[in-house]
Design a protein around this ligand. Structure first.
Ligand code: BGP
Length: 474
């Protein structure tokens, strides 16, 4: 493991391959599941694709330059599996290796630490056709892909992430049904997927450690600390189930190397298939403990007793075009509680900065001093530039400042936080939300050659970093 102890705090921003690269069929890249979905699936309700997006593939230097000029010393991005292995396994595409070499080398030239995620939702179509994460065969395919990346880039990349948000990805793919392969309310597929992601991640961690590349490797969890509404009758039970479902399934496995036994009993009682859980995997988990944890912090899970009705998920990819509030009802387990005092974004998700503090304190209490990176935090909104193309995104600044203040407070209270990444470096494709929901510190004019314009938040972030560094030196 790299000596992260000696590192300075990392301040940077993040993107993901499918959301920003474009060049969807360039230089030998294979077809991805999202290419297929975005090109023809009626569930792609906003009709947007990642074919071009903000064209990071050709603008990477400009983006890294801008990031550096903004005082950021780290950049989190992901590798497209299908760019490296067009068929998911087997032949390696040199065009893909060359592209990421260019990006990594340019980061290092600019003094920007690359933080590289192997899988951020974008499955090669060849693997998807075999059943994707539901099919156990993916575990070895992922291990092969991870090894190719470690071998090609591990001499220079010292911060690795196996999988981005295994739980949220599985949730959207099999519970909400808005991400491919678009299954709804399918607990069997949901848990099979999360389980195989956990095994694949642990295998990749063990491979990384065996290669002794002098870096560190973690997993990124969509942080979702569970809070139970005060008038809940069965507080402990509801909390225990939701916490297993949202957090411990990923975190106990990755941080302690233990798959939570309580979850297995719970699933069986509920009639959910557990036949994919193999005894021999318990050793894989033990041998694949992460060096650090990445947390994407957006919201908490605020819940209460189950009231009535069938299992249902509530999701909003239409933004202002819908009043839906994000949440879930799981028959006999629990359901989302609505807190009228907490603000929501236009996509119906709570804006609750204190969850940053709560989640970090919970991690410390459960997993001790494990190093943590806030691998994503940001605010999605509609935006209008002025005549000069400048966006005054005060709402984003206010919201992110709130989360960062709580992160700093958690650090004062002993949490081992090592870095913070704003989501996102520049405007990009927001999955099924399309392009209107913007997150960037830098605006992209998608109608004018993808020109970049730093927003007010870019300068705010720059100043925040400078002030932090000054204080660090004193
Ligand atoms: C995280 C994902 C990112 C990003 C972000 C915002 O869950 O890791 O890929 O998209 O959320 O979500 P969305 O774009 O759906 O608003």
């Amino acid at each position: 493991m790299q000596n992260i102890e000696k590192q300075k705090f990392l301040w940077g921003s993040a993107t993901a391959a499918y959301q920003c690269e474009g060049a969807w069929d360039a230089d030998g890249k294979g077809l991805g599941e999202w290419d297929v979905f975005s090109h023809g699936n009626p569930l792609n309700i906003n009709g947007a694709t990642g074919d071009v997006s903000c064209d990071f593939y050709h603008h990477y230097k400009e983006d890294i330059d801008m990031l550096k000029a903004g005082g950021q010393n780290t950049y989190r991005f992901s590798i497209s599996w299908a760019r490296i292995l067009p068929n998911g396994r087997g032949a390696v595409n040199q065009g893909g290796i060359d592209f990421y070499n260019r990006v990594i080398d340019y980061c290092l030239k600019q003094g920007v630490e690359p933080n590289v995620t192997l899988f951020h939702y974008d499955l090669p179509e060849a693997i998807a056709k075999e059943g994707g994460w539901e099919n156990r065969a993916i575990v070895d395919a992922f291990a092969e892909y991870a090894r190719v990346c470690f071998t090609a880039f591990g001499d220079r990349v010292k911060l690795w992430v196996t999988i981005n948000e295994p739980k949220y990805y599985a949730y959207c793919s099999h519970m909400v049904g808005n991400y491919p392969p678009n299954h709804r309310h399918d607990f069997n597929r949901y848990f099979t997927t999360v389980y195989h992601e956990a095994v694949a991640s642990a295998k990749a961690v063990a491979i990384y450690h065996s290669l002794k590349l002098n870096g560190s490797i973690g997993i990124v969890h969509d942080s979702s600390n569970v809070e139970v509404a005060p008038d809940t009758k069965e507080k402990e039970r509801v909390h225990m189930i939701a916490d297993l479902f949202y957090n411990r399934i990923i975190l106990d496995t990755a941080c302690k190397g233990e798959f939570p036994g309580a979850l297995i009993s719970l699933l069986r009682e509920y009639g959910i298939d557990t036949s994919y859980i193999k005894f021999e995997d318990m050793l894989v988990f033990l041998q694949g403990k992460v060096d650090f944890l990445g947390l994407n912090v957006y919201n908490r899970f605020y819940i209460t007793d189950y009231s009535a009705g069938e299992t249902e998920v509530f999701h909003n990819n239409k933004g202002a075009g819908s009043n839906a509030k994000e949440g879930i009802r799981i028959r006999d387990w629990y359901e989302t509680a609505i807190d009228p005092n907490t603000k929501r974004n236009l996509w119906g998700r709570e804006i609750y900065p204190k969850c940053m503090y709560n989640t970090l304190m919970e991690i410390k209490e459960r997993y001790g001093d494990i190093p943590v990176y806030i691998t994503e935090n940001g605010h999605g909104c509609y935006e209008k530039p002025n005549d000069e193309g400048y966006v005054e995104d005060d709402e984003r600044i206010e919201m992110m400042q709130g989360y960062i203040d709580y992160m700093l407070k958690a650090m004062e209270d002993g949490c081992n936080v090592r870095g913070y990444y704003a989501w996102s470096t520049m405007d990009l494709y927001s999955w099924v939300n399309g392009y209107e929901k913007r997150y960037g510190l830098v605006r992209v004019d998608f109608d004018d050659h993808n020109r970049r314009y730093p927003k007010k938040s870019y300068y705010w972030f720059k100043k925040l970093i400078e002030d932090y560094r000054k204080a660090e030196e004193e």
